[in-house]
Design a protein around this ligand. Structure first.
Ligand code: ADP
Ligand code: ZN
Length: 731
């Protein structure tokens, strides 16, 4: 490292911490000096906090009052490219830098010295007596096989008290061992034989590998129908990246998908990669974080936040199902992991592969414009063929009250059952019924804290608010008119559909998959595996089932309400419906038998429904792109959402009006502001929400203008202002 990056003892350095301060603070370098990027512990008021040496001191503090860095932590220093990434991501998303650093240090105990630790493993003698708690403990130990737990972690993971663990240790059912903290991950072997690729696949893989060998940044859109072998192709790119000794990151949109993928990695490379998501233990998180920085991990598979790991030499990022909404973080720091992956790669000279059967319009447009390379796999691998897609016109359908499965769909399911094949019924709504209505007074039960109706979850025996998560028991009397026994569920949710299916097909084994019905990611994974192995005849599910799972026996997909996503005024309504329907349909017929997807619709002539049925993807993208271009909206124009929220409705409206009026900074760059209007959900958790929308030309320097514009507004303490660059949803 060049000499200038080293600060001699006593030199003034600026240290960025994750504390909500508006800038890095100056300190004196400690005894022994420190490097730019070093992780350090510094005094802040009465506390000690972790920070990063960001650069030379900024000045402005009385030199005599400067405090000294306490110590340099024993972890790999933050690389300059990571500093640049965090800075540019902060600038792009208008997020304070400390909040970005928090994303980049999401691992506990970074300040702890490396040491041995006590871990628990299953012991030689079974417990003398089985209780529920003990069963859970032993199951957790067994399930995580290779992973080691400290007593506290094990108690937390199994949901038992420390006493239960102590008891088991005493008996010898669990033994304690010393294990090094934060060991490197098992080596992946890129040169084990992979599958023999089809000509299309081989061409795509060769192209990606050549790009990796050439080095430098590039993004490739890898488009291919579900089952065309996109995963096989990008695993070859991963292999090439590993051969070069660089690190690879695979982002998946859904935790439930990681298990299947990790098995595939293990088969291909002979060992398991690191797995990073919210379900991973704290110890494992710290291990991955440290190993990423030291090069002790070659491949990380994870959720969007894995993008902020301190990789020593990141060579490749795969964003699988790149169109997926879950890449957009809608809480806290608002960022789109797909876009941030491209940013990070462009800074550190890595390659990005965006894989999807139904790319986002943004990525499609970037490929069209030549900013991204494009690779297409047009056929399913092997004998598998694309499903036939048909529409069931619901306008002529005479269904009895509270029934949603049409006669045609019912007949199609019956036929599959008779042949011993699987059928799937899809509805994109969790819970039993979206509305609970009083038949006496017409009252609909709403959330006390939000402008949202409570959704009945019969499985949980509660009404749940899908906005804030608040729940309450289902009342017997109407909360408004107090009439007894007149409350009725209206409309279908996945649980209610399940009930209907049980009535229609009494012989069938039915599995219902909804993200809220399986306590843990592990339970869900087990359920998915059992279905794939033929453990159910009918699968009923929400959006969760649309994402990439392999169900080899599935030959029919019935969509209960294909129009659902087309309602509302969302900019991306058409795009999302098109993607979701194509994805769901893609679940059918992955192996030899041709699959069929039947969409129930009240608007079969709707252009989106017609495009889905015709399978005319290019046609759809072109038409959608033309409309967006004409309207000057993303990706052909720029947008930002501003949400003001606070306990007092008038106050947030006043502030919104003031923002809308004082728009000089925006007008200077040709941007226009719309609103304020009540946000589509005007109240969440008791906070009133007002929304403004800013539109600008593609080339406009929007962030700077937004910062100046919102920065001029003085916010009262209880009011929050959030800026959402490139908003995905409008809630
Ligand atoms: P995608 O990611 O496009 O949905 P996958 O890579 O998951 O497609 O492939 C679908 C299925 O076909 C998987 O079970 C995969 O193992 C299999 N497959 C794809 N390509 C090949 C190949 N060249 N040889 C053997 N099996 C393949
Ligand atoms: Zn609520």
């Amino acid at each position: 490292m060049p000499q200038t990056d080293f600060f001699a003892p006593g030199a003034v350095v600026s240290v960025l911490t994750a504390q909500p301060l508006d800038r890095p603070l100056d300190y004196r370098a400690p005894e022994g000096g420190c490097m730019t990027g070093a992780f350090v512990e510094v005094p802040l008021g009465p506390r000690k906090v972790i920070g990063v040496v960001w650069g030379p001191g900024q000045g402005g503090f009385a030199p005599a009052r400067l405090r000294e860095v306490i110590r340099v932590l024993d972890v790999a220093p933050m690389r300059t490219e990571m500093q640049e990434f965090l800075q540019r991501a902060a600038d792009y998303t208008l997020t304070p830098l400390p909040a970005m650093l928090r994303l980049a240090t999401r691992a506990p105990g970074l300040a702890d010295p490396p040491a041995m630790r006590r871990v628990l493993r299953p012991g030689p003698t079974p417990p003398d007596r089985w209780t529920d708690a003990r069963r859970r403990v032993m199951a957790v130990l067994g399930d995580y096989g290779g992973l080691a737990f400290t007593p506290t972690e094990l108690a937390e993971a199994a949901g038992v008290s420390a006493g239960v663990i102590k008891g088991l240790v005493k008996q010898g059912a669990i033994v304690e061992e010393a294990a090094p903290r934060d060991a490197p991950f098992a080596r992946l072997e890129p040169d084990l034989p992979g599958k023999t690729l089809s000509a299309d696949q081989a061409a795509a893989a060769t192209h990606l590998c050549a790009g990796l060998r050439q080095g430098g940044y590039a993004t490739t859109l890898l488009r291919g129908v579900t089952g065309s072998g996109k995963t096989e192709v990008y695993l070859e790119a991963v292999a090439e990246c590993l051969r070069q000794g660089r690190q690879a990151l695979v982002l998946l949109p859904e935790i439930a998908l990681t298990a299947e993928f990790i098995t595939r990695v293990e088969q291909r490379f002979g060992a398991r990669p690191a797995e990073w998501h919210s379900g991973v233990t704290m110890t494992e998180r710290r291990r991955i974080w440290k190993m990423a920085g030291q090069g002790g991990v070659q491949l990380v598979v994870g959720a969007r936040s894995a993008l902020f790991l301190p990789f020593r030499d990141l060579g490749l990022v795969i964003v699988d199902e790149e169109h997926d909404n879950s890449y957009k973080q809608e809480d806290g720091v608002l960022y789109n992991a797909r876009d941030m992956a491209v940013l990070r790669a462009s800074i550190c000279g890595a390659r990005v592969v965006l894989a999807s059967a139904t790319p986002s319009l943004e990525s499609w447009a970037n490929a069209e414009a030549g900013k991204y390379e494009k690779l297409v796999l047009s056929d399913r691998y092997g004998a598998a063929v694309m499903p036939r897609i048909g529409v069931i016109d619901m306008r002529g359908e005479k269904l009895p009250a509270n029934r949603w499965v049409s006669a045609d769909l019912r007949a199609a399911v019956t036929e599959r059952l008779a042949r011993g094949e699987q059928a799937m019924l899809f509805i994109n709504r969790r819970g039993y019924a979206p509305v609970t209505l009083c038949r006496a007074c017409g009252h609909q039960i709403g959330c006390d804290h939000c402008d949202a109706r409570m959704v009945e979850h019969r499985f949980l025996k509660r009404l749940v608010c899908h906005q804030c998560g608040e729940s309450k028991p289902i009342p017997t009397a109407c909360p408004s008119c107090e009439a007894e026994g007149r409350l009725a569920p209206v409309g279908p949710g996945v649980e209610r559909l399940s009930e209907e299916a049980a009535a229609l097909f009494p012989e069938a084994r039915i599995a219902t998959l909804s993200s809220d019905m399986h306590g843990t990611a592990r339970a869900l994974k087990a359920e998915i595996e059992s279905i794939a192995a033929g453990g159910a005849d009918i699968v009923i599910g929400t959006q969760l089932v649309a994402k990439g799972h392999n169900f080899p026996l599935l030959t029919l997909v019935g969509v209960i309400d294909a129009d659902l996503g087309l309602q509302g005024s969302d900019l991306r309504a058409a795009e999302h419906t098109f993607q979701l329907m194509r994805q769901v349909a893609g679940r059918a017929g992955r192996v030899e038998a041709q699959g069929v997807a039947l969409l129930q619709s009240y608007q079969p002539e709707h252009p989106v429904i017609r495009a889905i049925v015709a399978g005319d993807e290019e046609g759809f993208w072109r038409a959608e792109a033309a409309e967006r271009r004409a309207a000057g909206v993303p990706p052909y124009g720029r947008m930002a959402g501003i949400i003001l929220s606070g306990p007092d409705m008038e106050q947030v409206f006043d502030l919104g009006n003031r923002l809308a009026r004082d728009d000089v900074a925006l007008r200077r760059v040709g941007a226009r502001v719309y609103g304020p209007a009540p946000a589509p959900i005007a109240r969440i958790r008791g906070r009133h929400r007002v929304r403004l929308l800013v539109k600008a030309d593609r080339a406009a320097p929007l962030q700077a203008a937004l910062a100046e514009w919102t920065g001029a507004l003085r916010l009262p303490a209880q009011v929050r202002l959030a800026v959402d660059i490139d908003p995905q949803s409008f809630y």
